[in-house]
Design a protein around this ligand. Structure first.
Ligand code: SF4
Length: 293
């Protein structure tokens, strides 16, 4: 009898994990690490001294990267996951009808996730005040994933991230880097606008984390840029200031992570633009792209 129960539990767990894999998650997050007095807050944000090779799971790319991309990926040891525990676990997405890792497959899975986000009411205050959810936009095969904080008034009205004044500035930065917005996938820590554009609450970020993790797993970027402290701290589970995080690289799963100031901050503090440009040059260099003088 005991053996039958054990077998049933084991089978249920395997089915659950398989459902998550089909839903687009390539890993399960670890709970936040406890920090001791001897362990600084920065301990959970690991410098990316190494790179992981592309994973062999169903989410890895199946096509060769364009010639403009760097094709060599240094072989390195995997970094520890820095994600938060998921407080809410949805039902797995249905299996994709497309070839795993293809553009159609990624678009299909992102659309499934988008529909789930559109109906989400986990954060009651945000869900009751939003005009619409702001899921994310861009190339589902993007090599670069940009993460911001949360939708503002313009994003809430248009349903797209980074479309207000900060978005216009981000577009200029993207152009200055020799990139196009279509080269990138852009999303936020939150998919609903916080009232008065306040910072996301920790529980709201935790509620929305499942969707961010799903987008990261589906897009499977080589590089992630965190725009602002909220994006960087939530992605990597650190309390270090953005001033200390910028200018360094970190590892999140397979992706190398860069952190820099949010364009909204640059609108208020134009002097920090030179710091962002230094961060962008580091990003371009590591991505193997031309670095403007
Ligand atoms: S912010 Fe995210 S978790 Fe919260 S209601 Fe919106 S979609 Fe759901």
């Amino acid at each position: 009898m005991a053996e039958d129960s054990s077998f049933a539990i084991d089978r249920a767990l395997r089915q659950e994990l398989e459902g998550w894999r089909r839903a687009g998650l390539s890993h399960l997050p670890m709970p936040p690490r406890k920090r001791s007095a001897a362990s600084p807050a920065s301990a959970s944000a690991k410098p990316a001294t190494t790179r992981t090779p592309p994973s062999s799971n169903s989410f890895s790319r199946t096509t060769s990267p364009p010639a403009s991309r760097t094709t060599s990926r240094p072989t390195t040891a995997p970094a520890a996951s820095t994600t938060h525990a998921l407080p809410v676990v949805s039902e797995p997405l249905p299996p994709s009808p497309h070839a795993a890792g293809s553009r159609d497959d990624r678009e299909w899975r992102l659309n499934q996730l988008r529909q789930r986000v559109a109906a989400c009411t986990r954060c009651q205050e945000l869900a009751s005040a939003r005009t619409q959810t702001v899921f994310g936009v861009g190339n589902p095969e993007a090599r670069f994933l940009f993460i911001g904080e949360a939708p503002g008034a313009d994003e809430d009205a248009q349903g797209e991230p980074f479309v207000g004044a900060a978005g216009q500035l981000l577009n200029k930065i993207i152009t200055a880097c020799g990139l196009k917005r279509e080269d990138i996938y852009i999303c936020n820590i939150l998919r609903c606008r916080p009232p008065g554009n306040r910072k996301p609450l920790p529980e709201e970020a935790a509620n929305c984390r499942e969707y961010l993790d799903g987008q990261i797993a589906i897009i499977d970027p080589d590089f992630i840029v965190c725009w602002g402290a909220t994006a960087a701290q939530n992605l990597m589970g650190t309390e270090e200031s953005i001033g200390r995080l910028r200018g360094r690289t970190f590892q999140h799963g397979r992706a190398t992570v860069f952190c820099t100031y949010h364009p909204s901050y640059l609108l208020r503090n134009p002097a920090a633009k030179k710091d962002v440009w230094e961060d962008m040059k580091l990003f371009l260099k590591q991505a193997g792209l031309p670095v403007p003088a």
